[in-house]
Structure formats: structure tokens, C-alpha cells
Design a protein around this ligand. Structure first.
Ligand SMILES: [Zn+2]
Length: 403
């Protein structure tokens, strides 16, 4: 009897979480639609959603719409998530910059401020100052602590997400940083931590703006480095020592190759990262064949992250061939990953993939290498403008509402 009860409660709990997931992935749904998706009765859906309607997490749309599943004339009011039910604090930690943002549950930005930090601070001091700045921002914008669901930290490098430890935040700190523990000592709400690429993948899994119902996703980030992450059956996959798929750290150089930030040598990232491309353009513009690029630099400035787009579109033949070669190398390594992981979708994001010309070039090369790929296999992430916080919002929603 107890077993039957616990199985019933577990099923109900799963249905509750799945109903919420459906509503996060769809703008609004009727009770009948939720029932049909979950394979349960409309009465069971009503029982589930009533709890959320009472708490205010779900709201009923004002306008009722015709339901395609109902007989003509019957109307029903769809349900949707009340995205302003609580707010999320987002910490984005990179070697070059640290960003604090407050968003609603849909990643809509409420406020965003860069955090200035000293390289002399130790890990504890860094987290303590970050927490103080966060409290100041909340205070200045009259956001009460009880309006905060929790905070998401997205950080470079592999992360033990279960304990909230950044294992190797390259160029931020040496060795592991227990962000969850350090920040929870300073802030009165829960903290969850994830690698920046995995957190970004979580935002695609949660809001599903471009991946339809795909459950197995390979996400590829190009720029500034080359990162990747994988979702299997709708969940982020990690293997030994919390590693996710690392397309950029495949050995690709001929011979030993240059030292990579990951500690290995000859990784693909050392050849095609934003920094490597910028260095190559600088070299080329001072060569015999690069005089037009040198001339061009007098108008747009020395090659750097901010003006890289202009250089990537420059017609110099040698530069075009070089960019094409970088893209082809990445397509080749990505195709190997596709053959091993067999994802339903490949999601592209990152500064270099923001240029449509590069996305087209890469996609064409990938299809040239592997003509069996289905149509619409490669999609571009729609979250470019939210890249500094959408991942943190998503991991906080996933951990504090949907798990
Ligand atoms: Zn590497």
C-alpha cells in the first residue's frame, strides 16, 4: 500500500514538474493541451494547476481562445507562467568581465551592472564583494529579498554542478572555487553553479525558442574560445570529473602544437579561437598579400574582438581562404562529434557565429562533409543579446522550480 502511495505521489510530482516545463516551453496552453501532452486526464491537470494558480506561479490568460480539440463553440482560457512571480539573480563570471543581472523567470532583464573586481582578492573576498554588490543593486531597485527565487552562477571551465564548485575557472582563479558555498554564506537565497556553455544549453532546453521538441542537442560555441555541451533526453550530459563534450579541445594541430588554456597541447581552440584569428589577421596585414587589409585597418582600427566582423567580411583572397579553413576545421571536428553523439539538433552560438556569413559557410561545409544530415539540423541560438544572463536564469529556474 505504501509502495502504491509513494508511486502515486511520485507520478503526481513528475506531472507537476512536466506541466510547468510544458508551460515554460510554450507561450500558453489549455488544460486539454497539457492533458494531451502528459497523457493524463483534464481533471488531473486541473488538480495540478490549481496549486500553481493559488501560488500565482501560473495565471489564466485573459482572453479565451478556440481550442482545436473542442467542439465548435466551446471556449477555454489558456494558462501561462507568470514570469514575474519571482526574480533570478545572475552572476556571469569570465576572465575579462563579471556581470550581475536581475531577470524575471523568462530571462527578461530587470537590471544589469558590470562588477569591477581586484585581481588581488582571494576567492572568499571576491564572493563577499560580489554578494555586497548584488545586495546594493537589489536595494537600489527596490527588489525585496523575498522576491528572489535564487541565483545562477555561470562560469568558464568545468563545474561540479551538484556541489556548486567551479573546478578550473581558467584565468579567473587557480584551482577549484566553491562558489555555491561561498555565496550562500553571504546571500539569503540558494545558489546554483554551472559552466557557461552548459548553462546556455539549459536556456535552450527550457525556453525552446528554436529547437522544437528535440531532446538530444549538441551545442557549439565559437568565440572567443571553442566550447560545446550536450543534452541527452532533455538533460545536460556530463561524464568523468564533470566534463561535458569538448569539441574545442580535440587535438588538431600537426605535431605537438601550442599550449592551450586547458593544459593540453595542440587543441583546435589554439588554432581557431578569436585571439588566434586576430593574431593571424595582424600577421597577414603586414605581409605582401595583405596591403589592402592594412589600408582597411586605418578606417576600422587594429583587428580586435569589437571589429572582427568587418575583417571576417573583408574580400582579401588570402583572408577569405584562411577564414574558410578555420570554419572547415571546426566543421570536420564537429562532424566527428555528430557521428559519435548522434544529436537531433546542432545549436550554434558565440561571437563568431553571430555573423550570418560564417553560419552559412560553416553549415555548407558541414553538409559537404556529411550529406546525410537532415534539413534544419543546424540552428542558430536566438539568445545572443541575453548571453550574459540567460544561462544563469535557466539553471536557477531548472534547479529551484523544476527539479
Ligand atoms: Zn585545450
Amino acid at each position: 500500500m505504501n509502495n502504491i502511495n509513494s508511486a502515486f505521489l511520485e507520478t503526481k510530482a513528475n506531472n507537476r514538474l512536466n506541466a510547468l516545463r510544458l508551460l515554460f516551453a510554450n507561450e500558453s496552453l489549455s488544460r486539454t493541451e497539457i492533458a494531451s501532452f502528459l497523457g493524463i486526464s483534464t481533471a488531473a491537470v486541473t488538480s495540478i494547476v490549481n496549486e500553481f494558480l493559488e501560488s500565482g506561479l501560473i495565471i489564466q490568460c485573459e482572453e479565451s481562445v478556440d481550442s482545436p480539440n473542442k467542439k465548435a463553440g466551446r471556449k477555454q482560457s489558456p494558462l501561462k507562467i507568470n514570469y514575474n512571480w519571482k526574480y533570478i539573480v545572475c552572476f556571469d563570471i569570465h576572465p575579462a568581465s563579471v556581470n550581475i543581472a536581475i531577470t524575471n523567470l523568462h530571462g527578461k532583464l530587470i537590471v544589469e551592472e558590470p562588477f569591477t573586481f581586484s585581481s588581488n582578492w582571494n576567492k572568499k573576498e571576491f564572493c563577499s564583494e560580489l554578494a555586497k554588490e548584488c545586495i546594493k543593486i537589489l536595494w537600489n531597485h527596490s527588489i525585496h529579498l523575498n522576491q528572489i527565487l535564487g541565483a545562477g552562477v555561470s562560469v568558464i571551465g568545468p563545474v561540479n554542478h551538484l556541489e556548486g564548485i567551479a573546478l578550473h575557472p581558467y584565468r579567473v582563479f587557480e584551482g577549484p572555487v566553491p562558489f555555491k558555498e561561498l555565496l550562500e554564506n553571504e546571500l539569503p537565497f540558494p545558489i546554483t553553479v554551472e559552466s557557461n556553455v552548459c548553462a546556455f544549453l539549459q536556456s535552450e532546453l527550457l525556453y525552446r525558442t528554436n529547437i522544437e521538441n528535440a531532446q538530444n542537442i549538441l551545442m557549439l560555441k565559437w568565440g572567443p574560445g571553442v566550447g560545446s555541451a550536450t543534452a541527452i533526453n532533455g538533460h545536460i550530459y556530463k561524464g568523468y570529473n564533470y566534463q561535458s563534450s569538448e569539441i574545442g579541445h580535440n587535438h588538431f594541430a600537426k605535431g605537438k602544437g601550442a599550449k592551450c588554456i586547458c593544459g593540453r597541447n595542440g587543441c583546435l581552440e589554439t588554432l581557431i579561437s578569436e585571439a588566434a584569428i586576430i593574431d593571424h589577421i595582424k600577421e597577414l596585414m603586414h605581409s605582401e598579400n595583405g596591403k589592402d587589409i592594412l589600408e582597411f585597418s586605418k578606417t576600422v582600427g587594429e583587428p580586435c574582438s569589437a571589429n572582427l566582423e568587418s575583417y571576417l567580411n573583408h574580400p582579401n583572397q588570402e583572408l577569405r581562404e584562411y577564414v574558410s579553413k578555420c570554419s572547415f576545421d571546426l566543421a570536420e571536428v564537429t562532424n566527428n562529434a555528430i557521428l559519435i553523439l548522434a544529436p537531433d539538433k546542432l545549436v550554434l552560438f558565440g561571437d563568431i557565429f553571430e555573423h550570418d556569413s560564417i553560419v552559412s559557410l560553416f553549415t555548407e561545409q558541414l553538409v559537404e562533409i556529411n550529406s546525410t544530415l537532415p534539413e534544419q539540423f543546424c540552428v542558430k541560438s536566438t539568445f545572443r543579446k541575453k548571453k550574459k544572463y540567460i544561462g544563469s536564469t535557466a539553471i536557477a529556474v531548472e534547479n529551484f522550480l523544476l527539479s
